[in-house]
Each structure stands twice: as C-alpha cells, then as structure tokens.
Design a protein around this ligand. Sequence first.
Ligand code: ZN
Length: 315
Amino acid sequence: MTERPKCCLCLGNELEKAPEQEPRSRRFHVRCRVCGHFVVSEAGWGHLWDSNRVDASDRLVLSTYTRQYWERRNKPFAISTGHIRAPSKSLGFRFMSVLDKIDAVVRALAEKSTSLGSIVELSWHDWPLFQAHSGDELREIVSHLQAVNLVAVAIGWREVNCGYFARVSLTVKGWEHAAVLRERKKPGQAFVAISFHSSMKDAKRAILQTLSDCHYEPKMSNDPPHNDKICDRIMALIRQSGLVVADVTRQSQGVYYEAGFAQGLGIPVVWTCCDRDRRRLHFDTRQFNHILWSDIADLKVQLKDRIEGTAPRRG
Ligand SMILES: [Zn+2]
C-alpha cells in the first residue's frame, strides 16, 4: 500500500488528498482527517515544514483550532504566519485539563445520541475535537469512561478504511453525568438571541463572526421558538454561557425573553439594535445601553469594541 502524503500541520500521514495551491494567492488548501480543511499562505506553508520554527505544542494548538473551525463552520480557517509565530496568543487558545477533555467527550456523545442505547461512532482522527493530544489519548479517555461505567463499548477500536473507529453508547450513568454537565458554566461560550426573519441573516452572521474573532464560542438555537414555548435546549445554552448578545431589531418577543432570562441569572447581556428601529425599542429595555448600528460593518466594529471593553473573555 502506498503511504499517504504528510500533513504540514500535524505531520501525520492523514491527508485526504494532495494539497492544492490557488493560482493567484498561492495559498495552499490542505484537507487532513485530523486537522480538517484549512488554508495556509505560501510563507506559512514553508514555516510549518520547519520543525525548528514550530514545536509540537504549537502544532497541537493549530490542529485543534483548524479542525474545530472546520467542524463548526464548514469552511477552512486561513492560517497566517502570525498564527504560526504565536498560536495560543493569536487564537485566544486555552488548554483544557484532562478532566475537561473527558467531559467534552461525554458532552459530544450526549449531543449525538437520540435515545438510551444510541450507538455513536468515534474516530481516532477526532482527537482535536476534544482537545486531546492524540488519538491515543482519546482512546484512553474512552477506556476510562468505560471503566467508570459512563460508556458502553459496542465495538472496540478497529481499522476501517485506513482509519480507527470505535462504537460506543452512553449508559444511564453517562446520561446522568451529561445532564449535570449541561448545567455547568462555560465562560467562553456566548449565546446569540436574534430574530429569525430573513432580513436579519447578515446581522446574525456578523454577530457570530465578531464573537469568534473575540475568542468566544457562539451558540444559538437552530430553530425559531415554537409559539410561546422556549425549549429546554435554549435555556440550557443560556445558563452555560458567559455572555449573551441580544439584537432586538424587529422586536422579537423571543429575543427579549432570552435576554431577560440571562439577566435574571446575572449573565452580562450586550444589547444591539439597528438604528432605524430605535424608536420601537421596548419601554422596559430603553434604559440599557444599546449598540445602535447603522450597517453591518458598523455593527461589527461597535460590537467588538463593546465586548473587548466591557466583557473580556474570562477563561
Ligand atoms: Zn493534519
């Protein structure tokens, strides 16, 4: 069997296809089973191959970041030479403790499971999703979860199509632990409350992007709330969050409800509203200092300033 080419980032033989170079920008597109799809400048490409310039710890940070970025957004992260020089600082990266990694696996299994006994496939290549150091550490985590009866292993690690996979399911004890974790605070998470009207798509995208730029992990409900019912998932996401951004343009009652719920819990809320809607602001919230934005570019600038000035991310 011919060996697959190496990834310039994790240095594993895990490329899905040979890197491609863009004709004009000369950037390389790399698709790696571990690091996900990412792009890197021509200068960065040279740096990454230089082991004196990039140590194992820096590679770990970059692989983890690019893979998580790819999974969350389905678009490649662009690695610059600045990211390569100081990955942790430039990307706002925080290393997780071993216990946090174990909990990250339980959270992921609960999110992917629909019922008791649901089988979830874990890939050895998925270790960056849990900030593990390697596939071996992910395997150790699964062994531990099995030993403490949080996880049942249906099929142990085995090679399928050049990759290692295991099939596992959460036990009742595992579901109980996942329920406890759902209530636990994640300071780096931010919840976005915004109208689901089609005219708000650009503003929504701008808020999500700005939060990511400020090193928050943005979350929002994927579906509009049904009638008066605000689902448990939204409440849980708000409880966990260290920050809420509430855009009240179009006066969605759901947005006011979610922001009020967050304030009741003592979570900082950044209020935003399109300037043309300012006269319609709800009487009870006019006292709050709203960011009144004129256009998408203005929203991004003001929101970034507000977040950095008043709600810097706490680890
Ligand atoms: Zn890689």
